[in-house]
Each structure stands twice: as C-alpha cells, then as structure tokens.
Design a protein around this ligand. Structure first.
Ligand code: HSE
Length: 311
C-alpha cells in the first residue's frame, strides 16, 4: 500500500438512453464528481466534508452513498479496521437524472480500490456501487453505475445474474439540459406502468436491438432512429415542462435523438458536431427561460474512461 491519499473524478451518466429502461447507459466527460480520500490511523470511515450539495447529503457514514459503499468494500475485504477520511465535491445537481448518486458511489469504490492496490476488478466492484444506488433512491439499478464505473456505453444484459456488456463508444457530442424542476427518481419510477402491451414490447425490442447494432456499425442515423421509447417516455415526459417542444426543436436542428436522461428532469440529445449541440442547448435554455424556468446546460463528448485519478 504505497499511496496514502488520492483524488479522483467520476463522471455523470445518461441512463436508459431512451429505449433501454434500466439496461442502457453511457458516461459523459462533464459534469462529474470529485472525491478526495485519505487513509488515516483512526479506524472507521469518516466524511470530513461535502461541497456543492447545498447541505442536502447526509454526513452519517451509514447513510451517505459514498461512505456506505466504501464500508461495504472494507467489510468484504476484511479490512474494517482501516481508517478512511473522505471529502466529496459534488459538481452536478442532485436528483437531476444525471446519475449523481452513482457518480459519488463509483468515486468512492474506485478510490478505495486504487488506494488498496486494486484488489478487485471493475466487474467485482459493480455490486458495491449498486448497493449505494439502492441506498440513494430505493432501487439498485445498474444503468448509471455501470457506465460511470466502466466508462463508455454499457448494456446490462441481465440483473440476475448480473452481466454487463461494454458496447462500442460512439464519437458523438452529448448535450444535457437540466431544468430546475423537481422529479425525484422514486416518484418517476412509481408512475411507470408495471404491465406492457405485447405490441409495445415488440416496438421497444426493435429499437433496443437497432440501437445496439448502430453502435457496432457506427451508423448514427440508425442510432437516432432507434432512440424511441413507447413505454416509459410517454408517461415520464409529462413531469418535464415543455418536453415535446424541446424535443421537436432539438430534432429539427441536428440532434440525432432526444430523450430523458435517467428518470429526469434532465434531457439529453446526441450530435455529430459540437456546433449543432451548442446551438440547440443555448436555444433550449433561452426557450425555457422565457417560460420562467431556469436551467443548467452541459456539453461534452461521450466519456470512454470512467473514473480517473486526478492526483
Ligand atoms: N433506469 C433508472 C430509471 C435510472 O429510469 O429510473 C435512474 O436514474
């Protein structure tokens, strides 16, 4: 164990990618969280500070996603006596559909694994990050944590047993717009119908298969045509003001596809070039402002690395 401290970055993620509810996701280069972790002599995991959360996240190590994941890994490795101090800097809004809790959980498990000399592989780390997701939003889905941990585009082929497939990373820009409205993941999950009509399922299967094929063939027109959701988006989009209008504007101005990021309210769209993405983002931000809704915008390439060591 050479290093005693580490600072890491962990990326935000876009889960579902329109048609792949709970199974598809990709990471972005911006925004993301930063975590400083230090090994210390006093046993136990302690959160020394959290910045950027407006005081909303718990400092109690058993209730906080990052510390709970780290504790769980230490327990698994039989190193519960280790002392760990954490300083988390949130660089993205909470509860926004950008995988905020996943980014933090992944930062924690990645950092402790690095400090301990990488005893676990990324595949072995994944269930620990899912525990954090369950703690944060009541359901341990992996479509945010997997891309945050592996980087790139991931497919959850199955949950039981957990099987994650890394898909080819598209060379595209992702535009994210977070409107300042409240859509908690728990609520956004509760409004989805639990039964699906077979005819809708057939459309959805076609789109998921089309999207995955598009990634392998680097066929971005097919990717755009496959970013359609007849099951979840029609219900959830009601919670996002001006969703249909924003979608129309984006698709008319160069977006390959447009949809809800995770459970919302952030919306995302994918572009071949940066100029189109910038233009649409600014247009949508101004459009929402006219309607009295403030928003944050982010633009970056699809991320291919996952978490990285900063120092
Ligand atoms: N797949 C999850 C959902 C992601 O849509 O509820 C939550 O960010």
């Amino acid at each position: 164990m050479s290093k005693r401290s580490i600072r890491v970055f962990s990326p935000a993620t876009v889960a579902n990618v329109v048609c792949g509810f709970d199974i598809l996701g990709f990471a972005v280069n911006e925004p993301g969280d930063e975590l400083y972790m230090e090994l210390c002599d006093e046993p136990g995991v302690v959160i020394a500070s959290i910045e950027g959360d407006e005081g909303k996240l718990p400092l109690d190590p058993d209730k906080n996603t990052v510390s709970a994941c780290v504790k769980s890994i230490l327990r698994h490795l039989g190193k519960e006596d280790l002392g760990v101090k954490l300083k988390l800097t949130k660089k993205m809004p909470l509860g926004s559909g950008l995988g905020s809790s996943s980014a933090s959980a992944v930062a924690g498990i990645f950092a402790i694994n690095e400090l301990l000399g990488r005893p676990l592989t990324k595949h072995e780390l994944l269930p620990f990050a899912m525990e954090g997701e369950a703690l944060a939003c009541g359901h341990g889905h992996a479509d945010n944590v997997a891309p945050a941990l592996f980087g790139g585009f991931t497919l959850i082929k199955s949950y039981e047993p957990l099987e994650v497939i890394q898909l080819p990373v598209p060379d595209l820009y992702c535009a994210l717009l977070y409107p300042h409205v409240d859509v908690p993941t728990r609520d956004a999950r509760q409004i989805i119908r639990s039964k699906v009509a077979l005819k809708d399922a057939v459309v959805q299967w076609g789109n998921i298969a089309g999207l995955v094929s598009a990634l392998y063939q680097h066929d971005y027109d097919l990717l755009g045509r496959s970013m359609k959701d007849v099951i979840v988006e029609p219900v959830r989009s009601i919670l996002i003001p001006e969703f249909d209008s924003m979608k129309q504007q984006a698709l008319a101005n160069g977006a390959l596809g447009f949809g809800i990021s995770g459970s919302g309210p952030t919306v995302f769209s994918l572009y071949r070039n940066k100029e189109d993405a910038e233009k649409v983002l600014n247009q949508l931000k101004a459009f929402l402002k006219e309607k009295g809704i403030e928003s944050n915008i982010y633009l970056s390439k699809v991320n291919s690395e996952g978490p990285v060591v900063l120092e």
